[in-house]
Unconditional design. Structure first.
Length: 389
């Protein structure tokens, strides 16, 4: 064990002396994430302001007589109506970008003076279309409310007489920092896991495949260190860099979300941080051991990066599924490597992670990490693999 610690200190000293490793581990995350979320916040703010000022072009098709609605559409300033006699022509114009919304109005005289059937056609993938629907619905609700009150007044009925004897209030019990917690739950698991691999990747390839390129692997293997000590020293060095990179990335991500404008007050307590750390450490063991194996098997650092690309893409795919998924894995599903850890972190941020669920993540990470370390020792005992060119 003494030899492993000696090699561990030597590898970390090499990492500290490497300016590229220091920059990518300690500086880049703190600079990148605030810039990223600051840019996102600026773009979203500009987009919201543009949509708020948008005067939607509404392509109106009225089937039947509705002079009051036509007059109201022409008089208001929040919409820009243009009238069509055929629905298909209006829809064709909508598809060609001639408007944001098609409003089809069908008069139903058999239902009385308020007999209307309204249909809104829009592109749900268009933000302008979504804003147009919201503004058109607000206009139509106001129009029919005024029309109803006018009809009641014409019948000699005061509107106050038919006011519903109840009221509905909407109260947000989420408190401050709701947006911050939402962003944390969606983004933090993905970026933390990705930062583990990115932190371990460059440094791990440098102290494994890089030694083959420099020709120093023979000197290390001929030393008094056992193969187990060599693996332990290199593994601990990779694990340390990976965890430091993850910690700094987490700080950078929190700063970025603050810059984005979401309050994080109370979003990340010490208890939640402890849960997240309990999930990340065994996962970091697995990913660091995987980097050690690939780096030891690869001929060059470039080849090691190519071999690790599928794992990198898998983490991106799992991260996107966790971020966009409405549900979350539970129970034995948390034993799936990487995906279970991401889901557990998300549950920890929402305050729903239980010790049993944490146990499932350990069940996948700990045995897998032990197996990968054993495989690393086996590789280092195979000089045919280490010296292949």
């Amino acid at each position: 064990m003494k030899g492993a610690l000696l090699l561990y200190r030597k590898e970390l000293l090499q990492a500290v002396r490497d300016r590229r490793t220091v920059f990518m581990t300690l500086v880049f995350p703190v600079v990148f994430y605030p810039l990223l979320f600051g840019l996102m916040g600026d773009l979203i703010g500009r987009q919201e302001a543009r949509l708020a000022e948008l005067v939607p072009r509404v392509l109106v098709v009225i089937e039947g007589e509705s002079p009051e609605l036509v007059r109201a559409l022409r008089q208001q300033t929040g919409l820009a109506p243009s009238f069509y006699g055929d629905l298909q022509a209006a829809l064709a114009e909508l598809r060609q970008g001639g408007g944001e919304l098609v409003l089809r109005v069908v008069r139903l005289p058999e239902r009385g003076e308020l007999g209307y059937e309204l249909t809104l056609y829009y592109d749900a993938a268009s933000q302008e279309g979504q804003a147009a629907v919201a503004k058109a619905r607000a206009f139509l609700e106001g129009f029919f409310r005024e029309l109803t009150l006018a009809r009641l007044a014409g019948m000699g009925i005061e509107p106050e007489e038919i006011e519903p004897p109840f009221s509905v209030q909407v109260v947000d019990v989420g408190g401050d920092g709701v947006m911050g917690r939402l962003l944390l739950a969606q983004l933090l698991p993905y970026f933390l896991v990705l930062s583990i691999l990115s932190g371990a990747l460059g440094f791990g390839a440098e102290i494994t495949a890089g030694e083959k390129e420099r020709g120093t692997i023979a000197t290390l293997l001929s030393s008094r260190l056992s193969r187990e000590e060599i693996v332990a020293g290199k593994f601990l060095a990779i694990l340390t860099v990976a965890l430091v990179s993850t910690l700094v990335s987490g700080v950078g991500l929190l700063l970025g979300i603050r810059l984005f404008g979401a309050s994080l007050a109370g979003s990340l307590s010490l208890a939640v941080a402890g849960w997240i750390l309990a999930v990340l450490v065994p996962l970091a063991v697995v990913l660091s051991a995987a980097v050690l194996i690939v780096g030891s098997f690869a001929r060059t650092q470039k080849e090691a990066s190519v071999y690790l690309l599928p794992l990198y893409m898998l983490i991106i795919l799992l991260g996107v599924s966790i971020m966009l998924g409405t549900g979350r894995p539970e129970g034995a599903a948390l034993a799936v490597p990487v995906a279970g850890a991401m889901a557990a972190i998300r549950a920890a941020l929402s305050g729903t992670l239980t010790p049993g669920e944490l146990g499932w993540t350990f069940l996948s990470s700990v045995p897998l990490g032990a197996f990968l370390l054993w495989l690393s020792v086996h590789i280092y005992r195979s000089e045919r693999v280490l010296f292949r060119i």
